[in-house]
Design a protein around this ligand. Structure first.
Ligand SMILES: [Zn+2]
Length: 249
């Protein structure tokens, strides 16, 4: 049994950049100093710097510090009051590993999660599922973030509406956080025509000089209707408010 889980202990992808040994030992010493009248928890020391969790069919390696800092559930589980480890020394957690990885990511870095896709918006199903986990693992800050839908204000969208005529300037290269929606429509416009049909006078009566006026005589100015493409361009930019995800810790 122990062989099956032991190699995971050295999986750096799971343990992240922290040096778990240092964290646990320093916290351990701090705890020993501040609560010198209390008996230190022998169980944590016995387990060592790393904690192995079996969540559903997956194994996660982390530290006691990471787990207990914010989670009431893990503080209780790792308190050493009960011997609740499996024969291989790991703890079995009856939870969905796909959700648990978000819980662990939060416990490791304290960054409140945002599940947002510029096409689909917020992933409310995932927020709801994770809220249940936050309650189960007793993590108040995460529960507040999810239950109070505070993540909504962490993603901001600005919209700019621009109206354009013709087909020029419709091509635009934008950053990936900007998307542009075009609403084209055909319309017509009246265009002044020069009595002498001089092209550069077209559309501009003031361009016509005396020679044009002589040809026009007493007739009214002449206009023709021309088709015109009018496009309403909606430019949407998505902002992610990183501070909202890290404040209050
Ligand atoms: Zn003219």
């Amino acid at each position: 049994m122990s062989d099956r889980f032991f190699p995971w202990t050295f999986d750096t992808a799971e343990t992240g950049e922290k040096t778990p040994e240092e964290n646990v030992v320093s916290d351990w010493e701090a705890a020993a100093e501040s609560t010198s009248d209390e008996v230190p928890i022998p169980h944590l020391a016995a387990v060592g710097s790393k904690i192995t969790l079996q969540v559903g069919e997956q194994t996660f390696i982390t530290t006691a510090t990471t787990l207990t800092e914010e989670s009431g559930f893990f503080s209780s589980l790792l308190s050493g009051r009960w011997d609740n480890t499996q024969p291989d020394g790991s703890y079995f957690i009856d939870a969905d590993p796909d959700l648990f990885k978000h819980i662990l990511r939060y416990l490791r870095r304290g960054v409140l999660p945002i599940f947002y896709d510029s096409g689909k918006g917020h992933d409310h199903a995932l927020y709801l599922a994770l809220l249940e986990e936050a309650k189960y693992f007793q993590i108040p800050r995460l529960e507040e973030w999810l239950g109070g839908k505070a993540y909504i204000r962490a993603v901001k969208v600005t919209r700019t509406v621009i109206e354009k005529e013709g087909v020029d300037d419709l091509d635009e290269i934008t950053d990936a956080d900007v998307d542009i929606t075009l609403f084209p429509s055909w319309t017509t416009r009246k265009v002044y025509v020069c009595p002498r049909d001089i092209v550069v006078h077209r559309g501009n009566p003031r361009a016509c000089g005396r020679a044009c006026k002589r040809v026009q005589g007493d007739a009214d100015d002449e206009y023709v209707e021309e088709p015109l493409l009018r496009t309403v361009m909606v430019r949407r930019r998505i902002f992610l408010d990183r501070e909202a995800c890290t404040e209050g810790r």
